[in-house]
Design a protein around this ligand. Structure first.
Ligand SMILES: Cc1cc2nc3c(=O)[nH]c(=O)nc-3n(C[C@H](O)[C@H](O)[C@H](O)COP(=O)(O)OP(=O)(O)OC[C@H]3O[C@@H](n4cnc5c(N)ncnc54)[C@H](O)[C@@H]3O)c2cc1C
Length: 487
């Protein structure tokens, strides 16, 4: 299925239940890894069974002392005479590590060979199934691995997060020796877009609940109201409640448009006919990936909290269902590369490392849209051009500062990502507004809503970029260097 369609659908699964949706989500990730790095025999054995849902997949990277820094991992793989490996070690926080939904669980495990170099260059990837495949792909003996415990978590209770102990479990090398992390990253880049999509599904589910509640719940009198009935007005009549709901709507629809744009880039990168277009799509996708993951997930925490605010105290009560979205949302900025790491990826690898070339390509595309189009000038041309200029200035400043101060990029990464996230959303809203303008004669409420929300976004949310620019211009050396013994 094309990524763009797959992600549009997966967003709905996540809006329904993000914890549960992680089971097929992890299987999809394992599938992608085996499809890109497995040999013909491995692909023939595992892929059809994972695709059909008979077998599930997991990704086993994290260890107690090795989270972000996978170079520290200690799980060992000892070669055996028959070509298989004995895998020994403990992995923690493994999504879907144990369950009885599927006949078998295919664990993809990062481990070190005895002679592996230290750090990330000595990590290989292994297929370690719960049940060893028998002849004809049936199930054989139980492998030497077990779930040690299931975590008690803040959210995503619909998914078992497990400690997995591998005690000389039989595994097979997937891809090349010492290239395990590279094999994993093929999948991880895809997964980062997918977790951004998770965030959007949650935001939308929470927003829909909040909107429904605001229509029903009556409290107080609004200053003006076309028709009044009963002793109080629906809280939707209050300007502050509208502000909260419109903020959620603008972020849900803006991030959705951007995530789908990124998904389309993935399709062009993998299946485009023109090599130049494929290369351009790959550059833009590399830039967009940390933004989709980190900006959408940050907004999901903010927006699910806003949805709870619309419910007042009733939002805090579990029966009303909205608190689950806030609890579920909180994991997304943490896993699949914590947001701080995503932000460093954007600023460090995708901006500083190439002197801003990839970002320039993206900003040129946005600026192009601010120019008059065939069907007339863009209503948001000025704020769009302004925010592009602001982003260019901020990127230049960061490139200059990074040359002088090794901590500067780390200090600026998160505000920088948020600034570029807003550029992306401003572009998406200008594009959606242009379509709505072209259809305005139809008086379709969908297009009216799009235009009104675009105006809200440009007037009320995009101005945050001004304060981000001030933060980014500030010198951080007084708190980034030295021991910080005063904290
Ligand atoms: C519910 C759940 C499900 C999970 N599912 C899986 C799974 O299926 N498979 C799997 O392998 N793992 C899984 N994880 C693990 C998850 O990916 C890790 O928690 C995540 O990678 C962060 O690692 P850590 O928790 O060890 O945090 P740390 O790496 O200890 O990071 C702590 C903080 O320090 C910051 N930090 C760390 N290093 C740096 C640096 N160099 N520069 C700047 N800041 C830094 C981080 O941004 C973070 O804010 C899951 C975790 C949870 C909670």
């Amino acid at each position: 299925m094309p990524s763009v369609l797959d992600n549009a659908l997966y967003e709905m699964f996540c809006g329904a239940n993000m914890g549960w949706a992680a089971y097929p989500g992890m299987s999809h990730a394992a599938y992608t890894c085996i499809a890109s790095s497995g040999d013909a025999e491995q692909q023939a054995l595992y892929l059809p069974r994972i695709a059909s849902g008979e077998w599930a997949g997991t990704m086993c990277l994290t260890e107690p002392h090795a989270g972000t820094d996978l170079g520290l991992l200690r799980t060992r793989a000892q070669p055996r005479a028959d070509g298989s490996y004995a895998v020994t070690g403990t992995k923690i926080f493994i999504s879907g590590g144990e369950q009885d939904l599927t006949d078998n669980i295919v664990h993809l495990v990062l481990a070190r060979l005895p002679d592996a170099p230290p750090g990330v260059k000595g990590i290989s990837l292994f297929i370690v199934p719960k049940f060893l495949p028998a002849a004809e792909g049936g199930l054989g003996e139980r492998n030497a691995l077990a779930c040690g415990s299931i975590e008690h978590k803040m959210g995503i209770h619909g998914n078992a997060t497990c400690t997995m102990n591998f005690d000389g479990a039989t595994g097979w090398l997937l891809g090349e020796v010492n290239r395990g992390l590279a094999a994993m990253f093929v999948m991880m880049n895809h997964a980062r877009i997918v977790v951004g999509v998770n965030a959007i599904g949650l935001m939308d589910a929470a927003y829909q609940k909040a909107l429904g509640y605001a229509r029903d719940r009556t409290q107080g009198r609004a200053p003006t109201m076309a028709a009044r009935s009963g002793p109080a007005d629906p809280i939707l009549a209050h300007a502050d409640v509208r502000r909260t709901l419109l903020t959620q709507k603008a972020y849900v629809e803006g991030t959705r448009a951007f995530a789908l744009w990124a998904s389309q880039l993935a399709d062009v990168q993998h299946r485009g006919a023109d090599p130049k277009e494929r290369e351009r799509a790959a550059t833009l996708l590399a830039l967009a990936t940390p933004i989709v993951k980190a900006f959408s997930s940050e907004l999901a925490v903010e927006c699910t909290s806003m949805a709870m605010q619309v419910f007042g105290g009733h939002g805090f009560i579990a029966d009303n269902g909205v608190e689950q979205h806030l609890r579920d949302a909180r994991i997304i900025p943490l896993y699949e590369g914590a947001n701080g790491i995503q932000a460093m990826d954007l600023l460090g690898r995708k901006v500083l490392a190439d002197g801003g070339a990839g970002l320039g390509l993206f900003l040129d595309a946005v600026e192009q849209f601010a120019q008059p189009q065939d069907d007339g000038p863009c209503e948001f041309a000025e704020p769009l051009s302004d925010v592009v200029a602001l982003a260019r200035r901020a990127a230049r400043e960061q490139i200059e500062r990074a040359a002088l101060d090794p901590h500067a990029a780390g200090a600026a990464a998160i505000p920088f990502l948020r600034l570029i996230g807003h550029v992306a959303l401003a572009w998406m809203w200008a594009r959606m507004a242009a379509v709505a303008q072209a259809r305005r004669a139809s008086d379709d409420p969908h297009y009216r809503a799009k235009l009104a929300t675009a105006r809200f976004y440009f007037e009320r949310l995009l101005p945050e970029t001004q304060s981000l620019a001030v933060v980014l211009a500030a010198d951080a050396s007084d708190w980034t260097a030295g021991e910080l013994d005063w904290l």
